[in-house]
Design a protein around this ligand. Structure first.
Ligand code: ADP
Ligand code: MN
Ligand code: MN
Ligand code: MN
Ligand code: MN
Length: 358
């Protein structure tokens, strides 16, 4: 190697500078049979203006735990478009729903039902804001960033919203992801370093109705792609490290028109009462391995009990202090785990809280 040997990045750049000749690269993205993301690229001859302009496509569902080998085609139905921060220009990311050949939603397609729920209650303008927590791991997938190999860092305390090379790990990934979200058109509202070293949070919202799930899924896609560039692995496991370390959640903040109006606290309390009646139905869709996280320790309420309170971070649902004070605003459902499908969570929150009285 000489000093003039170009880097891989410079070599790749030489090709990416080539003219696309008016063609568009569309990255079709979908959720697979393990609640993880997959994507593949299609060339389009012109730039679409909406998802409905885009062609349907398909993939081999037997390779993604979405179909049997003898009837493996699953259809991709474009539902939302975002700008592509990796290819830039007019290139796009295309979020898709998955459908079986007979036209029914694939068993992994929870957006189809959520969309119906959001359409039903559209007049109440449900807003969400989800706090996505996650953990960055070295490429081995075993050691969180900032942890000594096979050992432990100093106990929790200095890391949350920390500053300094001995307190935060992976800020380059976080900054790159934040900017990628803004470029793509994802409604990201902030980021912070979390309580466990290597753990981070970003917030997506407020988004109305089905947009919350769409934006959160694209934000996760962007995080995985950005981390891939850095040779870092993202974990959405709710308890990535057992023991006296905080788990990872997806606190789901929620409001309707009525809750945001003067005196909306009454509507908030009414919603909480209705949601409390279906605690275990909620828990059933609030993430796999969430029992390892909702222990009643580490700023959680125990998985088997429903509780709520003002400014109480050990409750299932928290009414933020400023909401109680102003008498209007939103509630925070603290139960959902970091690995939720947000379509399932936003749908059940709306269904439970807005269902007509029995
Ligand atoms: P926490 O204090 O729990 O860490 P954050 O500041 O991380 O809270 O997240 C609060 C979230 O609440 C943000 O995503 C924000 O967009 C969302 N939010 C704010 N107002 C509303 C509202 N009226 N309805 C729903 N979500 C809201
Ligand atoms: Mn092939
Ligand atoms: Mn937060
Ligand atoms: Mn947090
Ligand atoms: Mn929170």
């Amino acid at each position: 190697m000489t000093a003039t040997t170009p880097t891989v990045a410079a070599t790749l750049g030489k090709y990416l500078d080539l003219d696309q000749k008016g063609f568009i690269q569309a990255e079709y993205i979908w959720i697979d049979g393990r609640n993880e993301l997959r994507s593949k690229t299609k060339t389009l001859s012109s730039k679409p203006t909406s998802a409905s302009d885009l062609p349907e496509w398909n993939f081999d569902g037997s390779s993604t735990e979405q179909a049997p080998g003898h009837d493996s085609d699953v259809l991709l139905e474009p539902v939302a478009i975002f700008a592509d921060p990796f290819r830039k220009g007019d290139n796009i990311l295309v979020l898709c729903e998955t459908y079986n050949p007979d036209g029914t939603p694939n068993k992994t397609n929870y957006r189809a039902h959520a969309k119906k729920v959001m359409d039903t209650y559209a007049d109440q303008h449900p807003w969400f804001g989800i706090e996505q927590e996650y953990t960055l791991f070295q490429a081995d997938g075993k050691t969180p960033l900032g942890w000594p190999t096979g050992g432990f860092p100093g106990p929790q305390g200095p890391y949350y919203c920390g500053v300094g090379a001995n307190k935060v790990f992976g800020r380059d990934v976080v900054e790159a992801h934040y900017r990628a979200c803004l470029f793509a058109g994802v409604t990201i509202s902030g980021v912070n370093a979390e309580v466990m070293p290597g753990q981070w949070e970003y917030q997506v919202g407020p988004c109305e109705g089905i947009d919350q799930g769409d934006h959160l899924w694209i934000s996760r896609y962007l995080l995985n792609r950005v981390a891939e560039d850095f040779g870092i692995v993202v974990s959405f496991h709710p308890k990535p490290i057992p023991g006296d370390w905080n788990g990872a959640g997806c606190h789901t903040n929620y409001s309707t028109d009525a809750m945001r109006q003067e005196g909306g606290i009454a509507a908030i309390e009414e919603a909480i009462k209705k949601m409390s009646l279906r605690h275990m139905d909620h828990i059933a869709v609030y993430g796999v391995d969430n029992d390892k996280r909702l222990t009643g320790e580490h700023e959680t309420g125990h998985i088997s009990n429903f509780s709520y309170g003002v400014a109480n971070r050990g409750a299932s649902i928290r009414i933020p202090r400023h909401v109680a004070k102003q008498g209007k605003g939103y509630l925070e459902d603290r139960r959902p785990a970091s690995n939720i499908d947000p379509y399932r969570v936003t749908a059940i929150v709306v269904e439970s809280s807005l269902a007509p009285d029995a």
